[in-house]
Structures are given as C-alpha cells and as structure tokens.
Design a protein around this ligand. Structure first.
Ligand SMILES: Nc1ncnc2c1ncn2[C@@H]1O[C@H](COP(=O)(O)OP(=O)(O)OP(=O)(O)O)[C@@H](O)[C@H]1O
Length: 243
C-alpha cells in the first residue's frame, strides 16, 4: 500500500493583489510521488525547492493550487484520527518559553486525548527524560528538536513527516536520529524526512524523492539513484550540475 500519495501537486503563491503578475511564485509544480511504509524516505532538494510547501500541503496547512496529497487515500483533514495517524515536525518554535518539557507534553497529550502516562514514554523514546523538568527557554536547538519529535510521537503515529530534523543536532544527535528513524521504518512506519544536506541524508534514508524548482528530479531506492557513486554526485549529474 502506498501510504502517502502526491499527485500533480502544484502551489502558486501570489501575485500580490496590486503587484505585477510576474511576482507569482510557483513553489511546487506538477509534483507526483509516493512514500511507502517500512522505509525512511528522504525528501531532498536545494533551498527553496518546495520541500516545506509540499509537506505543508500534505498536512493540509497550505491549500494546493491544484493536484492532491493523500494519506491512506484520504486528505489530512478527512482522516478520522489525524494526530494518531500522522506525527509531524515542521517548525521549532511552538513552545511556551516558561513551560517545562514535561508540562508542554502533558498539554499536548491532553489536547490529543492521550493518557498522561504517554508523556514519560515519549520522553524516553527521544532520550529527553533527563531534561524533562527544564523550561523550554533554556533548551538547546538539539534538545528542542527532540522535544518536537516527542510531541509528534504522542499519538504513536504510523506516518512521520519531519522537516529538516537534523538541523541543530550534533554528530551524536544525528547518529541517534538515524537509529531512531531506522527503528521506526523496521516497525513498518512510513517516514518522510526533508533535507538539503545530501551527505547527511545519504546516511539516513533508504529511498529518495529529489525535487528542484518545485519539480520532481527523480525518486527511488538510494542504491538505484546513486548507482555506486555518492548521492551528491548523482544529484549533480541529474540536475545538470546546479546544486
Ligand atoms: N507563504 C509564501 N508566500 C510566498 N512565497 C512562498 C511562501 N512559502 C514559500 N514560498 C516560496 O516558495 C518557494 C519554495 O519554498 P519552500 O520553503 O517550500 O522550499 P524548501 O525546499 O523547503 O526550502 P529550504 O530548504 O530553504 O527550507 C520559495 O521560493 C519560497 O520563497
């Protein structure tokens, strides 16, 4: 079963009401790809390629200009239990500065209808138990990343969508993330991770969907796409040398 299906997805921003028509930006352009369960899929492309806009359309946060994005055959808004189906980390700023990690998670557990006991479980899953008592304002970027991930995991979702999850992580954190995502995939979960750092993504993913200027460049198993070279070499060859 193809859990995430993106079909001819397109997003044009603008033009501004009084601006010239040329100010319209085509962020995503006739994009079609699948994300399958049991694998970590890297959603790759340079800055401004349209990765975040695509993830936001999959999550129903941005309305497509045309095309569809579905999860288990349904648009996100039509899923019966959205937070129990999809866990997403899109930005890193959703914390009240004075709230502790544990209280932040308790609040989101309550909002999602999950038992309080789930808070300790997700703290443990992401390795954040030791700083659960600390206020969000004092957390490092890597600690915030883990807390975001813990929040996304509250509903034990089958699908994980993570936008640049290795941003701000130290090498130890990146190694941990790699192991964590791998374990999720082994359990049959569907994992889509965006990144513009190809060397890092290469270590972390089984499949890739590469986009540029909002359009699909290629998708497939990383071994097939790279054909024994590095992902960076394959990417440069596929995009005519423009990274
Ligand atoms: N709300 C918006 N209004 C206008 N343009 C936007 C908006 N959101 C994104 N864009 C534009 O759409 C294009 C794609 O942006 P997007 O953030 O999806 O790229 P990205 O691949 O996630 O980039 P990065 O790796 O830098 O995060 C860019 O040209 C961006 O400026």
């Amino acid at each position: 079963m193809q859990v995430i299906q993106v079909r001819q997805l397109r997003k044009v921003f603008g033009p501004a009401v009084f601006g010239p028509a040329s100010s319209a930006i085509t962020a995503v352009d006739e994009l079609t790809f699948d994300v399958v369960p049991g694998a970590v899929t890297g959603f790759l492309g340079p800055n401004g390629a349209g990765k975040t806009t695509t993830l936001r359309m999959i999550l129903g946060l941005v309305a497509p200009t045309s095309g569809t994005a579905t999860i288990n055959g349904k648009r996100y808004a039509d899923l019966p239990h959205p937070s129990g189906t999809v866990g997403a980390v899109l930005d890193r700023s959703g914390f009240h500065p004075a709230r502790t990690c544990r209280d932040h998670l308790r609040l989101y557990a309550r909002l999602g209808g999950y038992p309080d006991a789930r808070v300790a479980e997700v703290l443990d899953l992401v390795g954040a138990t030791s700083y659960a008592h600390r206020q969000a304002r004092g957390l490092s970027t890597g600690m915030r990343q883990r807390l975001n991930l813990a929040t996304a995991l509250l509903g034990d979702p089958d699908v994980l969508l993570l936008d640049e999850p290795s941003n701000g992580l130290d090498p130890e954190g990146i190694a941990w993330l790699r192991g964590f995502l791998r374990a999720m995939a082994v359990k049959g979960r569907t994992v889509l991770v965006s990144s513009h750092v190809l060397s890092e993504a290469e270590q972390m993913v089984d499949r890739v969907v590469i986009i540029r200027n909002g359009r699909l460049v290629t998708e497939g198993l990383i071994a097939d796409v790279t054909d024994r070279g590095s992902l960076e070499q394959a990417y440069l060859a596929l995009t005519g040398g423009a990274a």
